[in-house]
Structures are given as structure tokens and as C-alpha cells.
Design a protein around this ligand. Structure first.
Ligand code: UN1
Length: 504
């Protein structure tokens, strides 16, 4: 079936009518063959503001719904996602180019965070704190914060939304979502599923979930609007540099999940079979287009000549092609700009004397599709293009001889998202996850840097932006904390022993 027909049939089944398509406007494309699925009309700035206003009005009601009831709404959303998993996963494949199992995996991640949100809806607790004053009680209360803006990228077009939205809904916050212009259709499909869950729930205020279709200008409107106290933005560090200061200027909260330049270290004792699999998935999976993709590999001298030839072989034999096909592990790049960026980085590496396996364009999908052989780039030094994130399947490989040097190199980049170490040496493993080890938000042992579960807090340090999403206590960013002190006595003792005796 043609991509467009397939996508339109899925959209219809998920509740998005054909009428959303316009004669002209923003093109929704498939990276599978570069074809245009249809055109969507962009929201005008006024429409975007109206949607934000609707969400702000919804907040007034939604915040009063008891949190476990809000959890019930998220449970229903999870049910919709379960029922729609095959279709939505397929749409992710069609619009973002992910292989089938990764498209489905992305929807599974959404289901998982909904389940998590349901439990969380009964766990939004604060502390009771010992007070120095007699007959007093001190406690903290977590309140809904307000409209949560979500700006998401093409590479996880729906899962990243769900990490934010499931938590925001449970925490009492409406969501206004500005998806990537490259993945607008999956966003509309999700919007339709939210609507279905809302209908089953009954009594969800209008405006609890709004989608802004359009370009950067709409993202800016969201970022600048004082009715949006928290914005969670996923994308490049360059985007974060624009968004962060704007939010700071109006004292709004920023949850930033920006670039990654993730590394793995392969130590002498590593289980090389396991390392090989871990490296292959982390570096080539999603065609190198995850923020957690493995981009830098430090291999100990003693295992370099065993591991790297095996890796070269894997790179040479991995099946690249139409992501809908069985056995394909590497689908297309999202667009020409991604391909050009990859070639620029490879040219720089070549100029620095690197030996490159792969990296060339494949004749799949026609002139407007960009399929590449993943590149394995053996560098002489940790320098040049290695130090920055190129959103494409390039794995830079370097040698090391001292573990401490490997840690220094691993940390010697701007980004601080994810990292990993393959070792069976307990001292190395513990050092790596200690304060003297990886400086990233995620540090794994005997697992690659990608493919995190939703139960942990997801995000990174330094130029990755410092935000945390999904599990652990990430929910606190979507709520505001009040410290309450209650005097149930008959006198008014003051804290710090202050006396203030007024005469009457
Ligand atoms: C992203 O690429 O923006 O850990 C998110 C992972 C996925 C999420 C990646 N669970 O690779």
C-alpha cells in the first residue's frame, strides 16, 4: 500500500477525519520515500493564543478534580493506547521512519508511563516535618501548577509527549503541545486518542489538551505566554539556548531535554559478545537518531583488535532499508538536512585522518528518501566532529589505555545525557557510576546508553539542559510545593525564639 493511503487509513481508524487535510499548507512527509502524505493548515498566532487560553481555563477546573480521578483519566488513555498500539506504532514508522519494533516500542513506552501515572496519582505526597514550636504542625502540600507546554522532536514523536502529558494530567495540569513539524500526524492521532479517553471519562474540561500545528513561531508563542508556567522542550542544544533564557526571563520552569553526545567505554574485562550487541543497538538503532544514541566508543588497547573488526563486520552486514520490511534494522534518516549534516561530519573526520566504514547513501526509496549505511569512524584522537552531536548514525571509535583517561574523554564534551561502560571489573563499574565517574544524567554498566525505561528520571546535565522527565520524582516539576504550618495551640510562639509582645 502507498504510504499516504496507509497513513490516512490509520488516521481514520484512530479518529482523525480526512477533513484535517488541506489543499496546501504544511507538508506532512514520510521519510520512507519522501512522499507527501498530505497538507495541514497551520494554526495562526491568534488561534494558538486561543488554545492556550482554553487550556488556562481548563486548569481552573482540572486542578479541583481529585488526583486519583485524574489518574483514572490517564488509565483510560492507557487503554486507548493499548487498543491503538499497532496502528499508532505503524504511523510512527510511516512518519518518523522507525523500524516496526521501534515504532511499537515507542507506543509501549506511552502505555508504560500511563500505568506509572495511574499509580502516581495516589502518591503525590509531601513530607510532614518536625517543627520547633509546640502545638504546631508543619507539612508540605503539592498543588497543580498550571498549563504545561510541551515542545517535542521528530525522533520520539509521541513517547516524549506522553512522559510529560501523563504526568501533567495526573498532577492537575492541562497540556498545550507543539509537536515537530516533521511529525504532525502522529500528534493529531494522539490528540484523537486523548479525546476518546476524555469522552469515556466524562467531565474532562474543554482545553485540557491542545495541539498547536505549525512552525517555530508557535513554539515561541507558547514559550512567551505567561499563562504557561512550565515548558518541557526536547530538541537540540541550540533550541534550548533560545528557549531557556526566555523562560528564565519570566520565571517559568524549564524542563529541557537537549542534545546528547553519548559514549561507551569497553574495558579489558568486558563480555565482548554482550558489548557488541549493546553497541550495535545503541549506535545504529533508530538510524542514530535518538538523543541517547551511542556516538563515541572508547575501546581499551587490549581488546581493540578483537572488538573493532567484529564491529566492522556488523556494520557491513546490517540490513538497511524500508523500515516496514522484516529484518531491516536501519531505516531512513528524517530528511536531506540530516543526510547533509552527516556527510559534513564524515568529511571533517576524513580530513582528520579517520578510517571510515559505511556512511554512504543507499539507493533505497527514491530520490527524496535518505537512507545511509551507518558509519563506523576510527579516529586518531578525541577531537573535531567527535565533540559535537551529529544526529545521524556515526559511531566514532577511539583507543584508550588508562581507565581514568577514558573517563576524562567521556566527560570532555558539552552534552551530559547518557553514558555506559562494559566491564566485569567491580572497581571500574563502581568508579564509573560514582561522583568521580560519568558526569551524565544516565550512567549504565553493561548496557548501552539508549533504551531507558520510564521508571527512572530521564534527562542529562550540562548542555543537555538539566531537565528530568518520566519516573522517580520527575513529577515534582509539574506541581508547586507549599509549606504549611498550622498552629493548633492557644498561644503564638514565634520561630527562632523571636519575641514580639504588642501592647493592647
Ligand atoms: C529521545 O531520543 O529523545 O532512552 C528519547 C531512550 C528512549 C528515549 C529517547 N527511551 O533511548
Amino acid at each position: 500500500m502507498q504510504v499516504a493511503d496507509d497513513a490516512k487509513a490509520i488516521l481514520k481508524r484512530l479518529g482523525v477525519p480526512d477533513a484535517v487535510f488541506a489543499k496546501e499548507g504544511l507538508a506532512a512527509r514520510s521519510p520512507i520515500d519522501g512522499s507527501i502524505i498530505g497538507y495541514l493548515r497551520a494554526d495562526t498566532p491568534e488561534e494558538a493564543k486561543t488554545k492556550i487560553a482554553r487550556a488556562a481555563a481548563a486548569f481552573k477546573q482540572w486542578r479541583l478534580v481529585p488526583a486519583p480521578r485524574r489518574g483514572e483519566f490517564v488509565r483510560l488513555l492507557g487503554e486507548e493506547l493499548r487498543a491503538a498500539k499497532a496502528d499508532l506504532g505503524r504511523l510512527v514508522t510511516l512518519e518518523a521512519g522507525k523500524i516496526v519494533s521501534e515504532g511499537l516500542g515507542e507506543v509501549q513506552e506511552m502505555i508504560d508511563i500511563c500505568d506509572y501515572g495511574v499509580g502516581l496519582s495516589r502518591q503525590l505526597f509531601g513530607l510532614t516535618i518536625a517543627t520547633e514550636r509546640p502545638s504546631h504542625r508543619m507539612m508540605e502540600t503539592w498543588h497543580p501548577l498550571g498549563v504545561c507546554g510541551v515542545i517535542s522532536a521528530f525522533n520520539f514523536p509521541v513517547a516524549v509527549w506522553s512522559w510529560n502529558a501523563a504526568l501533567a494530567f495526573v498532577c492537575g495540569d492541562p497540556v498545550v503541545w507543539k509537536p515537530s513539524e516533521k511529525t504532525m500526524l502522529t500528534a493529531l492521532a494522539v490528540q484523537a486518542l486523548v479525546k476518546r479517553a476524555a469522552e469515556t471519562f466524562g467531565g474532562v474540561p474543554d482545553g485540557l489538551h491542545e495541539v498547536l500545528i505549525g512552525g517555530r513561531d508557535l513554539g515561541e508563542i507558547l514559550v512567551d505566554d505567561h499563562r504557561v508556567p512550565v515548558v518541557s522542550a526536547t530538541g537540540s542544544t541550540a533550541m534550548g539556548r533560545q528557549v531557556g533564557p526566555k523562560l528564565a526571563a519570566r520565571f517559568a520552569r524549564a524542563i529541557l531535554e537537549l542534545g546528547g553526545n553519548n559514549a561507551a567505554i569497553v574495558a579489558p574485562s568486558a563480555d565482548l559478545d554482550l558489548a557488541l550487541r549493546g553497541i550495535a543497538f545503541a549506535a545504529m538503532g533508530t538510524a542514530g537518531q535518538r538523543c541517547t544514541t551511542l556516538r563515541r566508543l572508547f575501546v581499551h588497547d587490549s581488546v581493540y583488535d578483537t572488538l573493532v573488526p567484529r564491529l566492522r563486520k556488523v556494520y557491513g552486514s546490517v540490513k538497511i532499508g524500508d523500515p516496514r520490511e522484516n529484518g531491516v534494522l536501519v531505516g531512513p534518516l528524517i530528511d536531506k538536512a540530516a543526510f547533509d549534516g552527516m556527510q559534513r561530519a564524515l568529511d571533517e573526520a576524513r580530513a582528520a585522518g579517520a578510517a571510515i566504514t559505511g556512511g554512504t547513501r543507499q539507493s533505497v526509496g527514491g530520490a527524496d528518501a535518505y537512507y545511509v549505511a551507518p558509519a563506523l569512524v576510527e579516529m586518531k584522537a578525541h577531537e573535531g566532529p567527535v565533540k559535537r552531536e551529529t544526529f545521524a548514525p556515526i559511531l566514532y571509535v577511539m583507543r584508550y589505555s588508562k581507565f581514568e583517561d577514558a573517563i576524562v574523554m567521556q566527560n570532555d564534551v558539552g552534552a551530559g545525557l547518557s553514558s555506559s561502560l562494559f566491564t566485569l571489573d567491580m572497581r571500574e563499574a563502581e568508579t564509573f557510576v560514582s561522583v568521580a565517574g560519568s558526569d551524565c544524567g544516565i550512567a549504565n554498566v553493561n548496557i548501552g546508553p539508549s533504551g531507558a525505561e520510564i521508571g527512572g528520571a530521564f534527562g542529562g546535565e550540562k548542555e543537555t539542559g538539566g531537565g528530568r522527565e518520566a519516573g522517580s520524582d520527575a513529577w515534582k516539576a509539574y506541581m508547586r510545593r507549599a509549606t504549611n504550618t498550622i498552629n493548633y495551640g492557644t498561644t503564638l510562639p514565634l520561630a527562632q525564639g523571636v519575641s514580639f509582645d504588642i501592647a493592647e
